[in-house]
Design a protein around this ligand. Structure first.
Ligand code: ZN
Length: 358
């Protein structure tokens, strides 16, 4: 059950909103070999990555944690890691209104459009401000994710990564926590309706609980959710207790793993083993991976202390499971991450794994 406010007492002093710390960490991955093949078609790289200015427009201004420098930081990290030639670059696509409404209510979508045209106001209680064009920017996140799903099914790539995506707090009828449209939620509905997929695994390692996806599909027995996040007693949105395993006939189809503040790579590795076991047991036909980078030590909004090793571990595990369960079909969504250096390193690490041969 959601915990209103999600900001209980008991937050360890000096955590949660402490200043950003910029630790230098060694890259925990090696760039893949120059030759990459084994993709959907001939010598095409197996990984599509969505990049472009239209996707980067999903940002709330210079002084907001979800600011305009996140996508450029990832692109710089890709270049630094020598990965630019190892991926297939794909252009952003804006979703149709009808596609967005597969998950969101028509009333809410109309409200986003109206506030977008007005160019100001708040889409939620205060974290998610409207700006001119916010509708088009949010629709472009959704459209790029749907294009990635289509690319995987068409054999244009085996896996895909949309860095500005994984906006997992948005509810069917409202924005929350920097998230306007829930691209993962829309993707799940489209996987069902358009691609005939029944059993879907959604794995979320963002430091925050993916409440928008969780409650959007809480009663759906074939949407299997594994969500590893900082304990909701210490961090927004306050949900995702271990006892929340799905409702009604969906009981047991959801797996929440709350992590204590300060949890490191060793704690992640222990929890991750259980996540892999869960995904293996449910035999998904498609895997969505929300790889938020805000669990890395130094993030200004959270208290977890992972390094990029945890992202590499998760990406490797899910790539292997996708190969075993669902012909490799794996779509990664960037999620949060508010220290630009961490974000670049974590997402480059995920890219390196997913761009590599199986
Ligand atoms: Zn987050």
């Amino acid at each position: 059950m959601p915990i209103p406010g999600g900001d209980p007492a008991g937050v360890p002093p000096g955590t949660k909103n402490g200043p950003s710390r910029h630790h230098r960490q060694g890259l925990a991955f090696s760039p893949p070999p120059a030759r990459v093949g084994e993709g959907g078609r001939g010598t095409e790289p197996p990984l599509c990555v969505y990049l472009g200015e239209a996707l980067g427009r999903y940002a709330f201004g210079e002084h907001h944690p979800f600011g305009p420098h996140r996508l450029p930081a990832y692109e710089a990290a890709l270049a630094e890691a020598g990965l630019v030639g190892a991926v297939r670059r794909c252009a952003p696509v804006e979703a149709e209104r009808a596609e967005i409404e597969r998950f969101h209510t028509a009333t809410y979508v109309a409200r986003v459009r109206a506030l977008s045209e007005a160019g100001h106001g708040l889409l939620d209680a205060g974290d998610t401000p409207a700006f001119p064009g916010v509708y088009e920017a949010a629709a472009t996140v959704v459209g790029s994710v749907l294009d990635a799903v289509a690319a995987i099914f068409a054999g244009r790539c085996r896996r895909a990564f949309v860095p500005i995506a994984g906006l997992h707090h948005a509810r069917r009828d409202g924005a929350a926590g920097f998230c306007v449209f829930n691209d993962a939620g829309v993707a799940i509905e489209v996987l069902r309706a358009v691609h005939g997929v029944r059993r879907i695994a959604y794995v979320d390692i963002d430091a925050h609980h993916g409440d928008g996806v969780f409650y959007g599909f809480e009663s759906d027995p074939e949407v299997y959710i594994a969500d590893l996040h900082e304990d909701g007693r210490y961090l927004f949105p306050g949900t995702g207790a271990a006892a929340e395993t799905g409702r009604g006939e969906a009981a047991g189809s959801k797996f929440n793993i709350p992590m204590p503040p300060g949890a490191d790579d060793r704690a992640f590795a222990r929890a991750w083993q259980e996540v892999e076991g869960f995904v293996e047991r449910v035999r998904p036909e498609f895997i969505l991976f929300q790889c938020g980078a805000d669990g890395l030590a130094g993030d200004p909004l959270t208290d977890l202390r992972y390094s990029v090793e945890s992202h590499t571990r998760a990406a490797r595990g899910l790539k292997r499971l996708a190969g075993r369960c669902c012909e490799g079909r794996l779509l990664a969504l960037g999620g949060g991450g508010y220290d630009l250096e961490n974000l670049g390193r974590a997402w480059a690490a995920v890219t390196a794994v997913l761009a590599g041969d199986d």
